[in-house]
Ligand binder design. Structure first.
Ligand SMILES: [Zn+2]
Length: 122
């Protein structure tokens, strides 16, 4: 079987880049729509089942995810997608499939998460 992806996507030969890009772009579109709806809701008077605090928390998490998705798409266009930001090793495909916006490999990510938790706790 002839493989049509070659020089353009060097280190990514084992990563179905187009698939992951599709996932990221779809997620970006979905989250943008979600955020727009949330922003609209936020200016409306709160009604039953619409807790302003919960909505604010949701907005923050959607914004966060949008930013991560945008960064992942940028890394794709720069050709650095799939590399860990910390140790510069290739992020395993399994992790990219589960977390397409991952900027770090699992060990580095858990270190970062741990450091963040530590900071929050103190
Ligand atoms: Zn790493």
């Amino acid at each position: 079987m002839q493989c049509k992806v070659s020089d353009r996507t060097r280190h990514a030969s084992t990563v179905p880049m187009e698939l992951l890009r599709g996932i990221l772009e779809e997620r970006y579109a979905v989250d943008t729509g979600r955020l727009t709806r949330m922003t609209v809701h936020a200016v409306l008077p709160s009604g039953p089942g619409r807790d302003v605090r919960t909505l604010a928390l949701h907005t923050v998490s959607v914004r966060q995810r949008l930013a991560e998705t945008a960064q992942a798409l940028r890394r794709m266009s720069e050709g650095t997608y799939g590399r860990c930001e910390d140790c510069d090793k290739a992020i395993p495909l399994g992790r990219l499939r589960a977390t397409p916006h991952a900027a770090r490999c699992a060990p580095c990510e858990s270190r970062t998460a741990f450091a963040t938790t530590e900071r929050r706790a103190s």
